[in-house]
Design a protein around this ligand. Structure first.
Ligand code: PLP
Length: 287
């Protein structure tokens, strides 16, 4: 467990960005973020005091707000709160910062916003040894974002109960994490991550128009691969391509890149050296 204390800033149009005691209660029991999970968030890695992929995260925050018909978050205020929270936090190697905006207290029509910084967990073991993953059917077709946009697939909403339930199901199946698949047979994403496959000299990730989150970490991994002369591809990936891939990873902010060493009970070899190079690149990002 972390010994450093989290830092919290409330963000509002009236008061701007105000530091408050992170251990005291601040959100109303009538807040729609609490009662209905109606709101949006982002989780941003901070390494060596620098917020990584901050602008892509803030762009996605706005995109999520629009998908939920929420007002656009005031990015100047959120950016200010992110920097202030990092500055105010103890100087630790890896932090994360969360930006949150809910629909606000029922009836008030004013969003509730906050930003907090906390020390990241230690992911060294997962990053080097890998994790065991199971595929789970999400029960939705891969074209759900086009057929049923009201399901909000691809928005980063506060309604993560399903994502947490999937992780408990993984645990029951003796695994650490999940790859969601579509009901019509395609690879989607993890409950909190994107999937990357390596086929020869090409890195492949599921196309982001399939009701999945466009990942900031996945985008950074593709930049790294392109700089090394590798090819990268966004594709519609049939489930069978997972087992035939040369290597598999889950990528996300904070945990960064973790190799998959077992898929649906079948052991897989991991590319230790390439994973270490990706990890070093991700942790060393300056923005
Ligand atoms: N997909 C889902 C559902 C997520 O919740 C996340 C991150 O939390 C990701 C993908 C990965 O996104 P990022 O790399 O920007 O953290």
């Amino acid at each position: 467990m972390s010994s450093s204390r989290p830092v919290l800033f409330l963000v509002s149009a009236d008061s701007g960005c105000v530091r408050v005691d992170a251990e005291a209660p601040h959100v109303s029991v009538m807040d729609l973020g609490v009662t209905r999970g109606d709101g949006i968030f982002e989780t941003i890695s901070v390494c060596g005091g620098r917020a990584q992929a901050l602008e892509p995260h803030l762009d996605r925050f706005v995109r999520s707000a629009r998908l939920l018909d929420l007002p656009d978050p005031d990015l100047d205020l959120y950016r200010q709160a992110v920097f202030a929270a990092i500055d105010a936090h103890d100087d630790v190697a890896e932090l994360y910062v969360k930006t949150v905006m809910t629909r606000g207290v029922e009836g008030a029509g004013v969003p509730t916003g906050w930003v907090y910084a906390a020390e990241a967990a230690d992911f060294a073991g997962a990053r080097t040894e890998g994790i065991r993953v199971v595929t789970l059917d999400r029960g939705l077709r891969h074209d759900v974002a086009q057929t049923s946009p009201w399901l909000l697939q691809g928005a980063k909403t506060l309604s993560y109960a399903v994502n947490r339930a999937a992780l408990r199901e993984a645990e029951r199946r003796d695994a650490d994490d999940v790859i969601f698949t579509s009901s019509d047979g395609f690879v989607l994403e993890g409950p909190t991550s994107n999937v990357i496959l390596r086929r020869g000299d090409t890195l492949v990730t599921p196309r982001t128009d399939q009701g999945i989150l466009p990942g900031t970490t996945q985008a950074s991994v593709f930049e790294f691969a392109q700089a090394k002369g590798m090819k990268t591809e966004y594709a519609v990936v049939p489930i069978a391509e997972l087992s035939s891939a040369d290597a598999l990873w889950l990528v996300s902010s904070v945990r960064q890149v973790v190799p998959i060493n077992r898929l649906d009970g079948v052991e897989r070899s991991i590319d230790v050296e390439f994973t270490a190079r990706m990890t070093a690149y991700l942790l060393g990002r300056r923005d």
